[in-house]
Design a protein around this ligand. Structure first.
Ligand code: ZN
Length: 147
């Protein structure tokens, strides 16, 4: 009896130690969260994102004082990396902005058209994929028309 009580006590203290461990982890995490969040607006696509000031400053430093969202960051990096001629970050940023403005002008203002365009894209892609199998997708894409 005595022994089992001791064992139980030990088990309880083990559990409470574990709980304390998790609790302190949780507290640390909360401290991270407390870091000031600010709403940043992407200079390219205009998307708004809540991010910490530290992160905001980092991005602005990297992108000539402009805050760009994660997606546009990737796109800009991609442009710089893939371009055959040497283009600067500023140029890549500028071209991403142009692209986004065009995107906003077509897709955001005209979702119906953009849906058609993306449907056409998907149809085209699946056509490319299936063309070799000869499943007659050509007919399908031809019959789809603009609204
Ligand atoms: Zn963006």
């Amino acid at each position: 009896m005595e022994e089992s009580q001791q064992r139980l006590r030990k088990a309880v203290s083990d559990v409470s130690q574990e709980i304390n461990k998790y609790y302190s982890l949780e507290v640390e995490r909360k401290f991270d969260d407390i870091e000031e969040l600010e709403e940043a607006e992407c200079q390219c696509c205009g998307m708004k994102e809540e991010c910490s000031k530290v992160y905001m400053n980092e991005v602005e430093e990297d992108y000539c004082g402009k805050w760009v969202c994660g997606l546009c960051c990737e796109a800009v990096k991609d442009k710089v990396g893939r371009s055959t001629k040497v283009i600067t970050l500023v140029e890549a940023l500028k071209s991403q902005m142009d692209f986004s403005q065009e995107y906003n002008a077509t897709i955001r203002l005209n979702p119906k058209l953009s849906l058609t365009l993306s449907m056409r894209d998907i149809a085209k892609r699946s056509l490319d994929k299936r063309n070799c199998k000869g499943l007659g997708i050509t007919k399908l894409t031809r019959s789809s028309s603009y609204p």
